[in-house]
Design a binder for this molecule. Structure first.
Ligand SMILES: Nc1nc2c(c(=O)[nH]1)N[C@H]1C(S)=C(S)[C@@H](COP(=O)(O)O)O[C@H]1N2
Ligand SMILES: [Mo]
Length: 446
């Protein structure tokens, strides 16, 4: 049996990463210190040394010495609901809304709890949500997709028609262009759920858009762009350049092995790998082929970046290379010094992640992290690196490099080019400060 490192550090997992009002009062009145000691004492009673020496029974921990009821009573029969749910002990792991984002738009957003997820796949019930005009649970029997414009044979497809076509399944991340938007200014939102939680990753199943465009006989000479439009009240519509439409764009109905969830576009959504979330039109009802960009509301008024010279950067197709440490991250607490597995996510809209470096001293020194397979193009990549916390203050950062050689910028470098008036497309390096009490918080370095 492999011995646990004798000084393995422990972390308060706090999936939701938020203290309750009572806990804040506790902290203010000094009770937090008491809680900390209680945690440490409970852990210390399981002698790690005893395991390492192969001793038959670690002494003292009632959780291992006393036979719990579940070990000598009859368990439940198969789960009551035909569709399983997480353990009751995981109730805190949930999507959450942030009042802060009303700065970007009055419509709704919920953030994925990145701090509580493992690997690269986002469970369907925790996939972030962004609705410009609310969501609907649309009947697939009456849903239709129309392909029209510069095509020889305009067509209307039913879901059955679409699902008979040759399909593919591929893993991709989706990130809202406004992800990490609040960090452009001097607002340091508390947790990674709120800084980076408009990010998710799934295996999508659907038909390549190219198959539909070929099926309708698009005008190869004149067609340069397609428009994708949703069936919601927002009629959300985005232009996609033809080279992308013919490359890896999918008209998808599947997400992680099952049909899309209603809030993520059931029964049909566009998947535009590497491109910001707004182009991933949900409840997809129309594809129009044209010879110029369509200049819809969503690309003229929204998702543009106001540059320092006052000119707006429009039609941002690609999400640039980015990464973030998810554990330890803002709101979590290191309960004792010792060894930690520092882990996070890296991604690039241009292809594969080539390398991730991690710094523990605010960017002075960097060490290369281990990339966990599979490393796929336009997909989240999980990284891990060992760290021994000596109990002193530290600043944790991660810096991703993609296969094109693009290096994720420092916030300062990004601001030099883009100014401070942007909301969208912030892919700067994130800093988490660990202070001597072990508490981790979001800090902006100059
Ligand atoms: N029809 C429609 N499609 C939409 C939206 C919408 O409001 N309506 N929101 C867009 C935005 S801004 C994003 S970031 C993604 C979010 O996808 P999700 O809710 O599945 O996470 O969907 C995009 N597609
Ligand atoms: Mo978005």
């Amino acid at each position: 049996m492999m011995a646990k490192p004798a000084h393995a550090g422990r972390l308060r997992r706090a999936p939701e990463n938020f203290l309750t009002r009572e806990q804040i009062v506790d902290v203010q009145s000094g009770r937090r210190d008491f809680l900390r000691k209680a945690f440490v004492a409970a852990g210390a009673s399981l002698s790690v040394q005893a395991w390492a020496q192969g001793s038959a029974q670690p002494k003292g921990d009632p959780a291992i010495l006393e036979l719990p009821a579940h070990s000598h009573t009859l368990g439940l029969p198969v789960a009551e609901r035909g569709y399983g749910l997480p353990s009751q002990y995981e109730r805190n792991l949930a999507r959450r809304e942030s009042p802060g984002l009303t700065r970007v738009s009055a419509a709704s957003v919920s953030f994925a709890p990145l701090q509580g997820l493992f690997g690269i796949i986002t469970p369907n019930g925790l996939h972030f949500e962004r609705h410009h005009q609310g969501w609907h649970d649309i009947d697939p029997a009456t849903h239709r997709l129309m392909v029209m414009g510069m095509v020889k044979n305009p067509k209307v497809y039913t879901m059955d028609d679409l699902m008979r076509l040759p399909s593919v399944s591929r893993m991709h991340f989706i990130e809202c262009g406004a992800n990490t938007g609040m960090e452009w200014g001097n607002v340091a939102v508390p947790t990674v759920q709120y800084t980076h939680g408009m990010l998710s990753c799934s295996e999508f199943t659907g038909v390549p858009l190219k198959v539909l465009l070929d099926d309708c006989g698009f005008d190869r000479k004149r067609a340069r762009f397609v428009l994708a439009e949703g069936a919601d009240g927002a009629s959300l519509a985005r232009t996609i350049p033809m080279d992308r439409a013919l490359d890896d764009v999918m008209v998808a109905w599947g997400m992680n092995g099952e049909m899309l969830r209603p809030e993520n576009g059931y029964p049909l959504r566009l998947v535009v790998p590497g491109v910001q979330g707004v182009s991933w039109v949900k409840w997809l009802r129309r594809i129009e082929v044209g010879d110029q960009p369509f200049a819809t509301r969503e690309e003229v008024l929204h998702y543009v970046d106001l540059m320092p010279d006052g000119v707006a950067r429009q039609y941002t197709w690609t999400q640039e290379c980015k990464s973030v440490i998810t554990t330890p991250s803002g709101g979590q607490t290191l309960l004792d010094r010792g060894q930690y597995n520092v882990t996070g996510l890296a991604w690039s809209g241009r292809g594969k992640v080539r390398r991730v470096d991690v710094s523990f001293d605010g960017g002075r020194n960097w060490r290369t992290a281990r990339l966990q397979g599979p490393v796929l193009g336009k997909c989240l990549t999980r990284f891990n690196i060992d760290w021994t916390w000596n109990g002193g203050p530290a600043i944790l950062q991660s810096r991703a490099i993609d296969e094109t050689g693009y290096v994720q910028p420092q916030k300062r470098q990004l601001r030099e080019v883009r100014g401070t008036r942007s909301i969208y497309h912030n892919n700067a390096i994130q800093s988490w400060q660990v202070d001597a009490t072990g508490e981790v918080r979001n800090v902006h370095l100059g």
